[in-house]
Design a protein around this ligand. Structure first.
Ligand code: SF4
Ligand code: SF4
Length: 380
């Protein structure tokens, strides 16, 4: 595989002109926008809209990143559409709350259909042989992926590769969690999905990232950068290096490299733009250790639920909205209102819980965190 070019550009705020100039500069270093799209093509912009959140909460791709990319595509005479399939809210609601819709309306960008879709075979896939892809994705000639730099409880990071998970429409995403609860295999499915969809370009919003209890309840952290490349594995590897995480700790990087989606080895990545070392934040709040599956030694199996990291509700923050209960993909639910009493916070049945952390992702009040029980800490 040829070396992957990755442009890193310093960008200290979301002032629209600053972001536009930064992305334009990045493109000038890896190939202008005209090398990724052609006049008259239908190009879908896929931001990360995990949930309908105000941009200041840094859960979602910032509207300024979306706006700058729209402008660059319009300059090429491209027909632009946009969409995502959030974890809980309907797409139209989440896109509006996250500030994306206002920009789309300003530039007359079409909302793509992410509420409906169809099954598409991917015979080359091992972990994902069939995907339920949104019509809005299938109708486009190409995709540009606008990811957000964030920590993630299941896959450690969420970035360029994981962003394509939102191309699966509706509740079908939750089914994948049930079908593939193992974090490594889930990551491999994400790699295959990205290889199948083949976005043409990946732009990562790292101006203000999310650390800690990501991907929805973490804290903002200034990383002051935008990362642009045609290689999603290289983008995520650059993200890892910036947060002092060896890229090989992340299964999407390892498998992505293995099956030729991209490069995670820095000897195969050509960095252009600003010096990566000036962005490194060693104390970025993320576990600096490899992603571990919730597999345990056979002799410890009876203790599994006392060992593996689990979601925990902070009662003082919980407003009893029940969103976590609705989002839980297992049946019967692993998080539920005891005796249907929604005057008290939901409780967990950890024996049923597959540790997908969807509940933690969707809680709008940062009331759920993932904690490793004492026994788990002892057994590592
Ligand atoms: S934990 Fe969060 S999502 Fe669940 S009921 Fe409480 S506030 Fe709502
Ligand atoms: S309780 Fe939470 S972590 Fe467990 S299966 Fe349900 S959504 Fe996933």
């Amino acid at each position: 595989m040829a070396k992957s070019k990755v442009a890193i550009i310093r960008c200290k705020n979301y002032e629209p002109e600053t972001v536009y100039i930064s992305i334009k500069k990045a493109l000038s270093l890896i190939g202008e926008m005209s090398s990724f799209v052609k006049k008259g093509e239908k190009i879908l912009l896929k931001p990360n809209i995990l949930a309908g959140r105000n941009p200041e909460l840094v859960t979602t791709t910032h509207p300024a990143i979306f706006e700058a990319t729209v402008r660059l595509l319009k300059e090429e005479g491209v027909e632009v559409s946009y969409g995502d399939s959030p974890g809980f809210d309907p797409p139209i609601v989440a896109l509006k709350k996250s500030g994306i819709t206002d920009i789309a309306e300003k530039y007359n960008v079409k909302l793509a259909d992410f509420e409906r879709g169809k099954k598409v075979d991917y015979p080359d896939g091992y972990y994902g042989k069939q995907f339920d892809i949104a019509f809005g994705v299938l109708e486009a000639d190409g995709i540009i992926s606008l990811s957000k730099m964030k920590s993630h409880q299941l896959t450690r990071i969420t970035g360029a590769v994981k962003n394509q998970f939102g191309c699966i429409y509706g509740l079908n995403k939750a089914r994948f969690h049930v079908k593939i609860p193992n974090a490594t295999n889930f990551s491999k499915m994400l790699v295959e999905l990205t290889k199948f969809l083949k976005p043409r370009l990946y732009i990562m919003d790292g101006v203000i990232a999310m650390q800690g209890n990501g991907p929805a309840s973490g804290e903002p952290v200034n990383m002051n950068c935008i990362i642009v490349s045609a290689d999603p594995v290289a983008v995520d590897s650059v993200f890892c290096r910036m947060v002092n995480l060896p890229p090989e700790y992340i299964p999407t990087n390892v498998y992505g490299n293995e099956i030729g989606l991209g490069n995670c080895d820095f000897s195969e990545i050509e960095l252009v733009g600003d010096d990566i070392e000036t962005f490194v934040k060693k104390d970025f709040d993320i576990p600096h250790k490899p992603v571990k599956d919730n597999a345990v030694f056979k002799f410890l199996l009876p203790l599994k639920n006392l060992i593996t990291p689990r979601p925990v509700i902070k009662n003082n923050k919980c407003v009893k909205c029940g969103i976590c209960v609705k989002a839980c993909p297992v049946e019967p639910k692993a998080v539920f209102f005891k005796n249907d009493d929604n005057q008290k916070s939901p409780i967990y049945d950890y024996k049923k819980c597959i540790r997908c952390y969807c509940c933690q992702e969707v809680c709008p009040h940062k009331a759920i965190s993932v904690k490793t029980p004492l026994l788990g800490k002892i057994f590592g």
